[in-house]
Design a protein around this ligand. Structure first.
Ligand SMILES: [Zn+2]
Length: 459
């Protein structure tokens, strides 16, 4: 339960209404205890202490009282062919992927809002992984079971099963109770960005993907067509997906501006942009990512969280070139949350996966604080390195996402002793990710403490 430093300013007046005031305060206290929020600022109009002929002046709200919520984000959630096979129960011909998430479930479901990138499409038959992901719905059910609330869908595999795949996946998101961003079933009726209100804080979520492939001219109509993952996109469906095309940045930024205006009209407190971009298997961001991030910062985005490179890339804090008071927290890539991109899975030409970097993921948890006066910021960053433990048990492949580090006396409880490499690779994974993040995260948190002290007039 989150701390609140608001206070109610009710002062008892006359004896005859003292009792009702007291009962109201007890109700307030109960609401606070049960829901972790004070009702200050949300007082019912028919408060028992209000006499229309002798109104009580409204309580004075402390402008630096605040509410907080936690936003958890993870990188790419992928199901490659060997995972699909591993999830099949041959006897019943049904799929089950819940085991993959068993060790991260409490971490994910402990956050107020948990967001992941679903990199594939839900199919009904003919299940397969790379290069075009047609996945059984059981994959998504397992993601839901882990405690995720929001699915991001703007990625280079969103059109792997063409229009049907997009529509079917979004429909399944809905049926399973996910909120989602990155694509829409209906451009007229449903925005492709998202507003989520949690603990009184309104979060605007934007989600885009770099098309990563070039436009082509249709053999049939001679029309110019956009492509994604090498697949030509039906022109009348392009706007259902949040895709940007390199070299056509003006169109992309116009779209972002439109989405920002929509979120502003919804009075969101903070804008988080999830973006699928960058070069695969590069341990640092490229110049194009930096330029795009700076532009998004200048446009007023508060947080940028990236995916697609399949390895973790650094974090940074950008300062707006148009408003020196605005800064943007940026994680260039959270790496792989779940995949078969293991060092022994195939013969890698790239060095990073060959050395095991694509087995690593970064779970980031942002504590978002909204002051009563409306000022909102990321007040604290927490992170958990994750690693995919891939091993054989009774001749069958197993995949477990592990939160790191794991204490020595817990190795067996997390299944690390089930493979020859588990303990060593988990230790290596933790060290790599922790070394890459710890100083920057600590610096961010220290700065946030100073900013908040200044805001609250304590420094
Ligand atoms: Zn991707």
């Amino acid at each position: 339960m989150k701390q609140q430093n608001q206070s109610d300013n009710f002062i008892g007046r006359k004896g005859k209404i003292l009792l009702s005031v007291l009962s109201f305060m007890i109700v307030c206290l109960l609401i606070f205890v049960i829901f972790g929020r004070t009702p200050a600022g949300h007082l019912p109009e028919t408060s028992p202490s209000v006499n229309p002929t002798n109104p009580v002046s409204p309580p004075t709200e402390d402008p630096y009282g605040y509410t907080e919520m936690t936003l958890l984000s993870v990188g790419d959630i992928m199901f490659h062919n060997p995972q699909i096979v591993a999830g099949l129960n041959a006897a019943t011909q049904t799929y089950d992927f819940n085991d993959n998430f068993q060790y991260v479930k409490s971490l994910v479901s402990g956050a107020d809002l948990a967001v992941g990138n679903f990199e594939g499409t839900i199919a009904e038959t003919g299940f397969k992984g790379y290069p075009v992901f047609h996945l059984p719905v059981a994959t998504l059910e397992a993601v839901k079971g882990a405690g995720f609330d929001v699915m991001l869908f703007a990625n280079n595999h969103m059109y792997d099963n063409q229009k049907f795949g997009v529509q079917n996946t979004l429909t399944k998101f809905k049926e399973l109770g996910f909120a989602y961003a990155g694509a829409t079933l209906d451009t007229e009726k449903e925005p492709s960005c998202l507003v989520q209100e949690v603990k009184g804080i309104k979060i605007g979520i934007l989600n885009y993907t770099d098309s990563l492939t070039q436009d082509i001219v249709s053999n049939y109509t001679g029309e110019l067509m956009h492509t994604i993952n090498g697949i030509a996109i039906q022109n009348d469906f392009f706007n259902n997906m949040n895709i940007y095309v390199q070299g056509q940045e003006d169109a992309f930024y116009a779209r972002v501006a439109g989405d920002m205006a929509y979120l502003k009209a919804q009075k969101v407190d903070i804008v988080v942009t999830y973006i699928h971009w960058g070069w695969e298997y590069h341990l640092t961001e490229n110049e194009y990512q930096r330029q795009t991030a700076q532009k998004l910062c200048d446009m007023g985005v508060d947080v940028i969280i990236g995916s697609h490179p399949h390895v973790i890339q650094p974090m940074d804090t950008l300062v707006s070139t148009t408003d020196p008071n605005h800064s943007t927290l940026c994680f260039y890539s959270l790496g792989n949350y779940l995949s078969n991109q293991n060092r022994v899975a195939t013969t890698w030409s790239s060095e990073a996966p060959r050395k095991g970097y694509s087995e690593n993921g970064l779970t980031v948890e942002l504590t978002i604080r909204r002051y009563n006066n409306g000022e909102t910021l990321v007040s604290k960053l927490d992170y958990t390195p994750t690693w995919v433990h891939r091993y054989y048990e009774s001749g069958k492949l197993q995949f477990n996402i592990l939160p790191l580090p794991i204490a020595e006396d817990q190795y067996a409880a997390y299944g690390l002793t089930k493979s020859s490499h588990g303990v060593a690779h988990a230790i290596e994974s933790f060290q790599r990710t922790n070394d890459a993040m710890k100083d920057d995260v600590a610096a961010y948190n220290q700065n946030a403490i100073e900013v908040m002290a200044k805001l609250e007039g304590k420094a």
